[in-house]
Design a protein around this ligand. Structure first.
Ligand code: BEZ
Length: 202
């Protein structure tokens, strides 16, 4: 399997952690792929992912899977024991809902990165950036009240990637001061090998 990746992407990190946790990482070859606005590998869009997003997973028979959620669900099905996503019941819907919130926080943080790092200063829209920060802070408060039951579920993995990306791209934001339960949760989750091996700050 070939995973189209860019090292700083929290969505790629999510898939890498999932593969490590499931014992499947050895079967994956990492392919560095450029997707930043203005620097996109156009051939990638034409031959792999029409949306020009990473990650995408090319299987040995040529099938391409995307996006990061679909890839994680596929890897979970390969491993065969529902370690990432519970098969049924409340546990399943809790993990999928937590995944959606953490994933949305990552999307907001990546949009802020593009808006502040790539967009020329005179074209930036501070009100729109503030809206993304509100989503991130409301999400942090939501998780502070409702910690994931499992660090290594898809919810726990995605939340750790969202928090790690905040630390990586916005080290000046002191979220730990306002969300202390979440900070303790993140300290504990970060001890796992799959998390520390992929830490963008490490
Ligand atoms: C980043 O450099 O922050 C980044 C790169 C690729 C995807 C998402 C984020």
């Amino acid at each position: 399997m070939r995973l189209h990746s860019a090292a700083p992407s929290p969505f790629v990190r999510k898939v890498r952690i999932a593969a490590l946790e499931l014992g499947l990482f050895d079967q994956i070859k990492i392919i560095e792929t450029h997707v930043a606005p203005g620097k996109t590998d156009t051939q990638y869009g034409e031959t792999v992912n029409p949306l020009r997003k990473i990650p995408a997973l090319e299987l040995d028979d040529g099938t391409v899977l995307m996006d990061s959620y679909v890839i994680c669900e596929y890897l979970d099905s390969l491993a065969g024991n529902h370690a990432l996503i519970p098969a049924a019941g409340d546990a399943r819907w809790n993990v999928l809902t937590g995944h959606s919130v953490a994933n949305g926080m990552m999307e907001a943080a990546v949009l802020i990165r593009y808006e502040t790092f790539l967009r020329p200063e005179e074209h930036r829209w501070s009100g729109w950036i503030d809206e993304q920060w509100v989503k991130i802070h409301t999400g942090l408060g939501w998780f502070n009240q409702r910690l994931p039951e499992s660090e290594s579920s898809l919810e726990g993995i995605t939340l750790a990637c969202a928090l790690g990306y905040l630390d990586f791209r916005n080290p000046d934001v002191d979220w730990r001061g306002d969300y202390s339960r979440l900070a303790m949760w993140h300290d504990s989750a970060s001890q796992r090998d799959a998390f520390s091996l992929t830490d963008p700050n490490g």
